[in-house]
Ligand binder design. Structure first.
Ligand code: GDP
Length: 461
């Protein structure tokens, strides 16, 4: 396929040692060549692929030197987009990189849309849709584990499995065709149904397995939204600080979304905790009153995990009990804090208010109990089997929705086959399942969806 030549700044905006302006397309090398001057007078168009060149960018109109650069030359097809790609490494200041970009745009490149480089890699057949989505996950990964999941998907793990499932379905469809084309052979139909049942059952089970990983996958990808609540002075801020100090806090600023979100993450044994509404936590005085406010209830309702802190040096108060009521039915870990002081709380009573195993005693002052708390968090969400890294995870909401749809249609096919429905009717459901699975890898998706997906990327990717 042939597209025009696009260019964008591919590194984050800000001050750094270097910044990169990337070009991709048929004209990429020519455009770079027109503004590039090397000390030895070499021409980029004559240089071999996958080489790097030192020189200056010079404005061909004014003759003015714009920047000192290193230019990486990568000719098609062995490039990220499968097109000619040039990467201009310049100084990392906002002015420097913008000057380079402007010069290149003036020479005829078009400013790339967000995600357009990755979109080209997809359109040129280098990667499929689920792999493209993994590129975005990789950029946004908050923990090593989340990064491994994204890497696995980018390398095509999910695509490969989906491919196998679709193959199995095509095989059964081929068999059905034979039955329909040669109805005079009764025994063909007799053989077709059991074969179809077997294959479809296998496909259904594999989809099931994928769906089972989805809640963990989603947590790894998006983080576990966590709310810390408790009466004033029980130790909420201390808990937040301990979690943040023991585990590196990651603050992400996702630009380009509808609103700019600042989120705080801490990595607890591979589980990214997204600390929600931390402003409310720090504002300790009115947290209890705020529980009564609708918005706070909403925050609680949307949380994946609640850390309810109590002061074990005091008896449970009415306010504490109100908090227990507010979180009933949610995944809650009770942090019974201040064990270094004389104990007054009735732990039996606390136990009667939450499920067993979800009470952790701490002295945040003396740094005790944090390990146990982290263990409890990890156990709650991975049920102990943390090291299942070779599993193929699905974490992407779009993939999950499609897998659920595919699960439904394959179940319909199986139900119909068991009920003795004519085989050509079952064929419809099997074909539909094949199509739905294809949407995951982008084999049967419409253009609108493709544009929508890639527009969520960051600029220059
Ligand atoms: P918050 O109002 O719930 O956020 O509570 P803070 O974290 O601000 O803690 C309130 C007070 O309790 C502070 O003076 C802390 O130093 C103290 N504190 C926190 N954890 C402990 C603990 O485990 N033992 C003791 N003795 N004091 C603690």
């Amino acid at each position: 396929m042939h597209f025009d030549t696009i260019a964008a700044i591919s590194t984050p905006m800000g001050e750094g040692a270097i910044a990169i302006v990337r070009l991709s397309g048929d004209e990429a090398v020519q455009i770079a060549d027109r503004v590039f001057q090397s000390p030895s007078g070499k021409k980029l168009i004559e240089e071999p692929s996958h080489t790097i060149h030192y020189g200056h960018l010079v404005d061909p109109v004014s003759g003015e030197t714009v920047e000192e650069v290193m230019v990486s030359l990568m000719k098609a097809p062995k490039t990220f987009t499968r097109e000619d790609v040039v990467e201009v490494n310049c100084h990392g200041g906002i002015v420097a990189v913008n000057r380079v970009l402007t010069l290149i745009l003036n020479e005829g490149a078009r400013l790339a849309e967000p995600g357009e480089f990755t979109k080209r890699a997809f359109l040129n057949g280098r990667i499929d849709l689920s792999q493209s989505e993994a590129v975005m996950d990789l950029i946004r990964a908050k923990t090593d584990r989340a990064m491994n999941v994204a890497l696995g998907q980018m390398e095509g793990k999910l695509s490969k499995l989906i491919g196998e499932l679709r193959n199995a379905l095509v095989e059964t469809l081929a068999q059905v065709e034979v039955t329909i084309d040669y109805p005079e052979y009764d025994d063909v139909e007799e053989m077709t149904i059991p074969h179809m049942l077997e294959k479809c059952t296998w496909v259904k089970e594999e989809i099931n397995k994928l769906l089972l990983t989805s809640s963990q996958g989603k947590i790894l990808r998006e983080g576990l939204s966590t709310v810390i609540i408790g009466r004033p002075n029980v130790g909420k801020s201390s808990l937040l600080n301990s979690l943040v100090q023991e585990n590196k806090a990651i603050v992400t600023d996702i630009a380009g979304t509808t609103r700019d979100i600042i989120e705080e993450y801490v990595n607890v044994r591979g589980v990214p905790l997204r600390l929600v509404d931390t402003a409310g936590i720090r504002d300790t005085e009115d947290i209890v009153e705020r529980i009564g406010v609708e918005r706070s209830r909403q925050v609680l309702k949307e949380a994946d995990l609640i850390l309810l802190v109590i002061n074990s040096a005091e008896e449970l108060s009415v306010e504490d009990e109100r908090l227990f009521e507010a979180v009933s039915g949610m995944d809650t870990i009770v942090v019974s804090n201040k064990t270094d002081l004389p104990q007054k709380v009735d732990l039996k009573k606390v136990e009667s208010l939450v499920e067993e195993g979800k009470i952790v005693t701490t002295s945040l002052l003396k740094d005790e109990g944090i390990d146990e708390l982290e263990e409890a968090i990890a156990t709650l969400f991975f049920e102990g089997n943390l090291e299942s890294e070779d599993l193929t995870y699905v974490s992407n909401a779009r993939h999950i929705a499609l897998l659920q749809k595919a699960h439904k249609t394959i179940e319909d096919a199986l139900g119909a086959a068991e009920a003795g429905v004519p085989v050509d009717m079952i064929q419809i459901d099997v074909t539909r399942t094949w199509e739905i699975l294809g949407e995951i890898v982008g084999d049967t998706v419409q253009e609108g969806l493709i544009n929508e997906l890639f527009s969520r990327f960051c600029l220059g990717k």
